[in-house]
Write a protein of this length. Structure first.
Length: 699
């Protein structure tokens, strides 16, 4: 919780600062940043950043002649307290994790001011700097595109804040088994993009993450994240090689499984102490939909937990409870991913929900109706073992960002979960980790907001939307209202599996998986299958699905028009953020319109075949042609948005060619994650299938 300083502290400031003026004072324009020469390197970086941001906001920043921290007329000072530099004494507050607690204390004296930045540990000292900048209007939005105002938004009274982040472990994943832009640096070590990787780690620190990438490349960057304050991480998979991952258990190895596991643990843990992981995670599933004998898995988890308890008791050990539905296992009689509840209590669990869904509303994905069972798992296990909540920001393969669908409902869902779980923060709910899979089309918002909401549970999704839209000047309030209205529409529409099936994407791999019972999310009918529909199925589409798709399209067109009406009021400095939201809402409208037309053409064609009415066939051809025109419109909006993508060159996000077979990267995929977005794959494929069905029906 954020707290103000005690009144007694304020009295001490007044008594001690005879030169200080108690009236609101204008800020000085000349600034000095005071930091001890032996301050940790991470704090030195924060100080350099602070100087740079003040300069970008029109302030004159000069090297200090002295480390005198007293308030002076006409001068602004920022003091990084520590390593011999002292600030005013503070009455201590009882906090669970003082290493992450930060304090910001301002004093005024005429037109001078001094800002004391302090923290209980390495991360806390850096957070103080970035949160003070945040109070001035700087926003650390996208790792490659921040917002820095032309002038600081000075406080009119001394700004004071002390805060200990509510979730101790706050992180976002960089899921590099997916072909994301940053994999070029983090996985391939491509020297051309190492600065992108550095900025990504910096972005995490600036937004109050406490767990992140250890580092990248070689040399000075190898431990960059650790240097900035992140704990070292290690881990392995017991089984399987999903998406190219490797496992440590070899069925052809004659040694017992425990011997193989111990060897793998020692390979990472029996190293010099300054290289040993602080957090160690493992997975026990062959894949998201396959299982191992439950007694075997519990025995192996117990062995791992006991090994760490005996040999590495200070290491945080955890595994993942994945959101896949499953029938009760043979021996323990629970869902496979719930098996960690039978392991020793030093084994923590990351509870992983999927896509934009939350713990409270419907969730028709991965065989589920909802994720209530995961909420119950958290409630049951938080009193006795460490729990991290681990939701998704994007899924990408045939969903969300790949369509693309702009989904601010994700921000609201993360807030809904945090509020629903916050009562467990007094127990063992310590972590919030957001699964990320790409930062364009507004998907950076999901990670940005999740980091800030998990640091301060009183900061709500509407506060984050206000943060995002505030730089848009006179247009900001209306943009925030539009986003709120989009969230309300998505709450209305997207939890209905039948409607959702017509908005998401489908491909041969997803359809093949569904045919053998592996259902990632609701899928639409195949055009060829629709030509065998009966009267009830036709009537359901005509009377239920088509009108609702029409409503969705109309509603999102209205939101887009509202943004177009205020576009001229948006400052150039925030135009790309504005256009990203506008383009995302427009493609949502196009998606609904296209799907109504392309699937509607198959319904009309089926009626033509049933009745022999040639006029209906002509109508089906016209509807399909209109759908193909809609596809062209969607691709045009995507092309427009690509000019605002942040990672360059563009091939890093769209590479792979028209067929998605041409990109050489570190993953099992031959195309980058926005390749299908670029080519309109989830439009053109269904258009082609519908065209083939129509042409084939005339044979």
């Amino acid at each position: 919780m954020r707290i103000g300083f005690p009144f007694s502290y304020l009295l001490l400031l007044i008594a001690a600062g005879a030169a200080c003026d108690s009236k609101p004072a204008p800020a000085a324009n000349d600034w000095r940043v005071l930091i001890a020469s032996d301050a940790p390197e991470g704090v030195q970086i924060a100080a350099r950043d602070l100087r740079e941001y003040l300069g970008q906001m029109g302030q004159n920043v000069a090297d200090p002649d002295t480390l005198d921290t007293r308030c002076e007329e006409g001068v602004g000072k920022v003091v990084f307290v520590g390593n011999g530099l002292r600030g005013p004494e503070v009455i201590a507050e009882d906090v669970d994790d003082p290493t992450q607690t930060y304090r910001i204390q301002e004093q005024f004296c005429g037109d001078g001011r001094v800002v004391f930045l302090s923290g209980g540990g390495l991360l806390g000292r850096q957070y103080a700097a970035y949160e003070w900048l945040h109070s001035l209007g700087v926003r650390f939005f996208h790792p490659e595109e921040e917002f820095v105002p032309a002038a600081p938004g000075w406080a009119v009274a001394p700004y004071r804040e002390q805060h200990t982040p509510d979730f101790r472990y706050r992180s976002v994943t960089l899921h590099l088994t997916h072909p994301l832009e940053l994999g070029d640096a983090f996985r391939n070590g491509d020297e051309r993009y190492l600065e992108d990787a550095r900025r990504y780690i910096d972005w995490q620190v600036k937004n109050l993450a406490s767990v992140g990438q250890n580092g990248f490349g070689e040399g000075e960057f190898r431990n960059y994240g650790v240097m900035r304050g992140f704990p070292r991480q290690g881990g392995f998979r017991l089984y399987g090689s999903q998406q190219g991952d490797s496992s440590i258990l070899d069925p052809d190895d004659p040694r017992p499984d425990t011997e193989q596991i111990l060897e793998a643990i020692e390979a990472q843990m029996e190293v010099p102490e300054d290289e040993r992981p602080d957090i160690f995670g493992f997975n026990f599933d062959p894949s998201e939909f396959t299982e191992i004998d439950d007694e075997t898995v519990v025995r192996q988890m117990t062995f791992i937990a006991n090994t760490f308890a005996e040999r590495y008791p200070d290491v945080l050990l955890n595994t993942t409870n994945h959101g896949t539905h499953g029938e009760p296992t043979e021996n323990y009689g629970v869902r496979y991913y719930d098996l960690p509840k039978f392991a020793p209590e030093n084994l923590g669990v990351r509870v992983h929900t999927l896509m934009f869904y939350d713990l409270f509303r419907p969730a028709p994905v991965y065989g589920n109706e909802n994720f209530h069972n995961l909420r119950e798992f958290i409630e049951e296990e938080a009193p006795r073992r460490d729990i991290w909540y681990y939701p998704e920001a994007a899924w990408w393969l045939t969903f969300d960002i790949a369509i693309p669908l702009y989904l601010p409902i994700t921000i609201e869902a993360r807030d809904r979960d945090i509020q629903g779980l916050r009562h467990l923060l007094d127990q063992n709910l310590t972590g919030h980790r957001t699964f990320g899979s790409g930062h364009e089309w507004g998907y950076w918002q999901n990670e940005y907001c999740s980091l800030r909401m998990s640091a301060d549970v009183d900061y709500r999704w509407t506060d984050c939307v206000a943060d995002i839209t505030a730089p848009m000047g006179d247009a900001g309030e209306e943009v925030a209202d539009v986003i709120a209205d989009a969230v309300a529409l998505q709450d209305r529409d997207l939890f209905d599996a039948e409607l959702l099936a017509y908005l998401v994407g489908t491909d041969p791999e997803t359809e093949t998986a569904a045919s053998v019972g592996v259902v990632f999310h609701p899928l639409p009918p195949a055009p060829e299958a629709m030509l065998r529909w009966d009267e009830a199925q036709l009537r359901d589409f005509e009377q239920d699905i088509a009108p609702r798709l029409e409503t969705v399209g109309r509603d999102y067109r209205s939101l887009t028009e509202r943004l177009n009406a205020i576009a001229s009021n948006v400052p150039e400095s925030s135009r790309n953020f504005f256009e990203e939201i506008r383009d995302g809402l427009e493609t949502f409208a196009i998606r609904a319109e296209h799907q109504r037309l392309v699937y509607g053409s198959m319904v009309t064609l089926r009626r033509s075949l049933l009745s022999g009415d040639a006029a209906l066939r002509t109508q089906a051809e016209e509807e399909l042609a209109a759908a193909e025109t809609s596809t062209e419109e969607a691709i045009a909006v995507v092309a427009r948005r690509e000019s605002g993508y942040r990672y360059q060159p563009l091939s890093r996000s769209i590479g792979g060619g028209v067929d998605g077979t041409e990109d050489e990267n570190w993953t099992i995929y031959r195309y980058r994650y926005l390749n299908r977005t670029h080519h309109g794959y989830f439009y053109t494929r269904i258009d082609q299938l519908a065209r083939e069905a129509l042409d084939g029906s005339s044979a």
